[in-house]
Design a protein around this ligand. Structure first.
Ligand SMILES: [Mg+2]
Length: 337
């Protein structure tokens, strides 16, 4: 059946039923939902903590193409990206609002898969979809809004603006795999099946670092961002907001092993500027960073230092401290930006 045959109200009713069947009335102890999907607005009991909110748009042929991801993966990824923003603040995500714009000839089965992908990532990270909207549009547009709160009752959150000279710069997990996965899928590259599967998973099924964001806060980290646009680009957001500069040791950047194995010289570039890895980039004192490394359940790697220099400047150096000389053109701006 097509979306146009079901009509807007029919589709909302259909999606509400899926949400209700899968999520039930209350999915985690943190949620105190009074009214979910089906009224004019969602209603819940607040819990007197500091609240967080974030919104994202995911537009066909701008942020995704229907050929590279299944509908289910698309749903997973769209909501995971918003959850990652809550992770970057050290917050606890709780509720999501999802607005879908769809062409009338979209199959209801496809929308159902998309919605299920969102519900799956939501359930894994304790988030209930409590409302949203559907409308007719020439393209698929997925708008997600995620609401959450801080874990404790105080004001503790991670921000982009607290990096200080002397801080270490560190990242969770490995980098470059999502961008490599996109390249593999669009160019139909064939790799060793295990490598291929992990690159595809990184691109289509990213896992927001919710627990890690909270761990950073607990350990006394104050500055973090999630890597959605690429390491260099997201680090520069921290540097500008904190009015500092950074030195990054190229050899220390944790390039994903499947990227290293299959992309040759391009691997470094994918790790530095390929986006959508949704890892966390943070800065903290050497001691706090050491604590995080010991307690985190994923790899955490120190890749450089915050220094007092021109605001926003990122210097790429090699192990000996010499300026990194990229072998390809198009890299110069990294060394001077
Ligand atoms: Mg972000």
């Amino acid at each position: 059946m097509k979306v146009s045959e079901l009509g807007e109200f029919g589709l909302i009713e259909h999606l509400a039923k899926i949400a209700y069947q899968t999520q039930g009335k209350e999915t985690t102890p943190g949620q105190q939902l009074i009214i979910g999907i089906g009224d004019d607005a969602a209603v819940w009991h607040g819990d007197a903590r500091v609240e967080l909110a974030t919104a994202d748009s995911f537009i066909q042929d701008v942020h995704f193409s229907l050929g590279t991801a299944s509908w289910n993966e698309l749903g997973w990824k769209a909501l995971a990206a918003s959850l990652s923003d809550i992770a970057a603040m050290g917050g606890v995500p709780k509720y999501a609002l999802v607005s879908l714009s769809l062409p009338g000839d979209t199959e209801v089965e496809d929308v159902t898969d998309l919605y299920r992908g969102m519900i799956q990532v939501g359930q894994q990270f304790g988030v209930a979809i409590v409302g949203g909207d559907t409308s007719n549009a020439p393209l698929v547009i997925i708008n997600t809004t995620v609401l959450g709160s801080t874990k404790g009752r105080d004001m503790h959150i991670l921000t982009r603006s607290a990096a200080k000279p002397g801080d270490k710069v560190a990242v969770t997990g490995y980098l470059g795999a999502a961008a490599a996965g996109l390249e593999m899928l669009t160019k139909h590259l064939i790799f060793d099946p295990e490598d291929g599967a992990s690159l595809e998973r990184a691109f289509l099924h990213p896992e927001p670092r919710i627990a890690e964001g909270q761990l950073l806060l607990e350990q006394g980290v104050k500055t973090a961002i999630d890597i959605s646009d690429g390491l260099v680009s997201d680090l520069s957001h921290i540097l500008k907001a904190s009015r500092v500069s950074a030195q990054i040791v190229i050899d220390r950047v944790p390039i994903h092993p499947a990227v290293k194995a299959n992309f040759g010289d391009k691997a470094v570039e994918l790790a530095l500027s390929g986006g959508e890895d949704y890892e966390l980039l943070f800065t903290a004192s050497a001691e706090v960073t050491r604590q995080v490394i010991t307690k985190a359940s994923c790899p955490v790697t120190v890749i450089g230092n915050i220094i007092a220099d021109k605001i926003g400047k990122i210097t790429l150096i090699d192990r000996e401290g010499k300026p990194f000389r990229p072998t390809k053109t198009g890299w110069e701006h990294f060394a001077t930006s």
